[in-house]
Design a protein around this ligand. Structure first.
Ligand code: FAD
Ligand code: NAI
Length: 475
């Protein structure tokens, strides 16, 4: 006999658990299924983001940044530190504690909202009348029945052909977050978000890091000016980034991992590293979901095919987050989860993929929303640009970190803000103002006329908006 619900959510990552909470808030009886487990077998909801993504990576970025500041940043403030050392085991244990706190928080929230949590793997088993049958395998084996199903099964790391992940020498994101001692030589394949963040963590702790990127351009998705500034900053820090690299054979041996590669000029190269992080993108995770059993359509790249409202080809089956098209970001997954739960409740929900912010948590941080200058140029959109550097921002000078700038792009005729790009230690927080402005379809003049507290880094946003109209006051 199946347990009957209005909504069953498969997967409890940021997309799934938020969708389940919002469905429950709208009065639906809701179940959420996830197999994630801690070392002791207890449930570990939160998906990639909580367990092996956003949360642990930011914990390690913070620890390693503290170490770097103590070693190199404090001296300018007259603070001297001697005997500086890193205890990697303590750092990793702290990270694990942060993750566990988040797991517990999600379990608490599910319970508080009366979502029935099933610890196991869910799969489509068929349809009975207008209800879907979902089988749960694992710790809490069960058969569930629901009118609506939300698929939120996330993504998995992509391996290099011929070099499978082994959790020891050739590492995916989970392995990169659990290296037990600082490697002397670390190789990273892929200079994307994971490569730059994890490369930074281990570089700050003392590893010699080489990053091999296939594309000729560095950070192609970012605004060109930001990518150029970031590349300069990372090179100065000692991250050896090689763009236009073609990876050849990858061999494990006694001395570590040997990577044969061809550089941008076509010359053969060989790098021997102790550990190799492979961060060349992620693939949608639909294995074991039973998509075939019910005819759930996937697109040509293996994502669950959905329309703009996250509807699949099956009645009352929805899909959200990394397993569908669009940026693979936790906040995108969450907002799609909220929107789908509200659509099920008959509300008109909307997620604008154009105003989803991107943040790369390196030092300096990189954040943007909307279009890059090169995108506007190639689309032939007339625009004006305003830029303001942190080197002349009073608060940044006080911090002792004046790296980066804010760049604002606005339509030449309407002045509507089309894109905002920030590179600075606190870019992740500064970008929120730009997202709000773009969601409200603000003009650069709106930001220019809004009072920004002094002294703050946000004044650089204000000045960049003024600079769009060539009337920056402090430049
Ligand atoms: P997931 O988080 O992948 O969750 C899917 C869940 O479904 C998993 O728990 C999985 O076990 C479960 N599942 C799979 N199949 C089944 C099944 N058949 N039955 C039941 N459950 C199933 N994004 C950001 O926005 N900011 C960041 O700082 C950031 N940092 C990241 C750092 C790293 C190292 C990585 C790898 C990713 C990072 N991301 C970040 C991306 C972010 O983690 C993902 O975009 C986000 O987790 C996607 O959420 P989701 O709910 O779609 O999927
Ligand atoms: P990515 O897409 O960000 O970067 C992958 C990089 O690898 C690209 O630059 C690509 O050109 C390169 N590449 C691909 N194949 C290659 C090959 N064979 N050889 C060398 N280089 C190759 O993917 P990444 O870093 O794996 O992260 C996956 C996703 O996780 C990100 O796209 C992002 O959506 C999410 N994420 C988000 C974070 C954040 O928001 N701060 C942090 C980490 C991950």
């Amino acid at each position: 006999m199946a347990d009957t619900f209005d909504v069953v959510v498969i997967g409890a990552g940021p997309g799934g658990y938020i969708a389940a909470i919002r469905a429950a808030q709208r009065g639906f009886s809701t179940a959420c299924i996830d197999p994630g487990a801690r070392a002791d077998g207890k449930p570990a909801p939160g998906g990639t983001c909580t367990n092996v993504g956003c949360i642990p990576s930011k914990a390690l970025l913070q620890s390693s940044e503290n170490f770097e500041h103590a070693g190199h940043g404090f001296a300018q403030h007259g603070i001297s530190v001697s005997g500086l050392a890193i205890d990697v085991a303590t750092m990793l244990a702290r990270k694990d504690k942060v993750v566990a706190q988040n797991n517990d928080g999600i379990l608490f929230l599910l319970k508080k909202n009366k979502v029935a949590f099933h610890h196991g793997r869910g799969s489509f088993a068929g349809r009975d009348g207008d209800a879907w049958t979902i089988k749960v395998d694992g710790a809490s084996a069960a058969t569930l029945s629901a009118r609506h199903v939300i698929v939120a099964t996330g993504s998995a790391p992509r391996a290099l052909p011929g070099a499978p992940f082994d959790g020891d020498r050739i590492l995916d994101n989970a392995g990169a977050l659990a290296i037990p001692a600082v490697p002397k030589r670390l190789g990273v394949v892929g200079a994307g978000v994971i490569g730059l963040e994890m490369g930074s963590v281990w570089r700050r702790l003392g590893a010699e890091v080489i990053v091999l990127e296939a594309l000729p351009a560095f950070l192609g998705a970012a605004d060109d000016a930001i990518a150029k500034e970031a590349q300069k900053a990372f090179a100065k820090q000692g991250l050896a980034i090689h763009t236009g690299a073609t990876i050849g054979a990858v061999r494990k041996g006694k001395g570590g991992v040997t990577v044969e590669w061809t550089d941008a000029k076509g010359a053969s190269q060989k790098s021997v590293v102790d550990r190799l992080i492979v961060s060349i993108g992620r693939v949608p995770h639909t294995e074991g979901l039973g998509a075939d059993a019910v005819g759930l359509a996937l697109d040509e790249r293996g994502f669950v095919a959905v329309d703009a409202d996250c509807r699949t080809n099956l009645p009352n089956v929805w899909a959200i987050g990394d397993v569908v098209r669009g940026p693979m970001l936790a906040h995108k997954a969450e907002e799609e989860g909220v929107a789908v739960a509200e659509r099920i409740a008959g509300q008109k929900a909307h997620v604008d993929l154009e105003t989803i912010p991107w943040v790369i948590y390196t030092a300096p941080e990189i954040a943007w929303v909307g279009k890059t200058e090169q995108e506007l140029r190639s689309a032939g959109t007339p625009y004006r640009a305003g830029q303001f550097p942190f080197s002349i921002n009073g608060r940044a000078l006080g911090h002792g970190d004046t790296s980066g700038f804010v760049k604002m792009l606005a339509h030449q005729r309407t002045d509507e803000i089309l894109g905002v790009h920030v590179i600075n230690a606190h870019a992740s927080e500064l970008i929120a103002e730009a997202v709000v402005a773009m969601e409200f379809r603000a003009a650069s003049e709106d930001i220019a006329r809004i009072v920004h507290a002094h002294p703050t880094l946000s004044e650089a946003m204000h000045e960049a908006a003024l600079a769009v109209d060539k009337r920056a006051l402090n430049m």
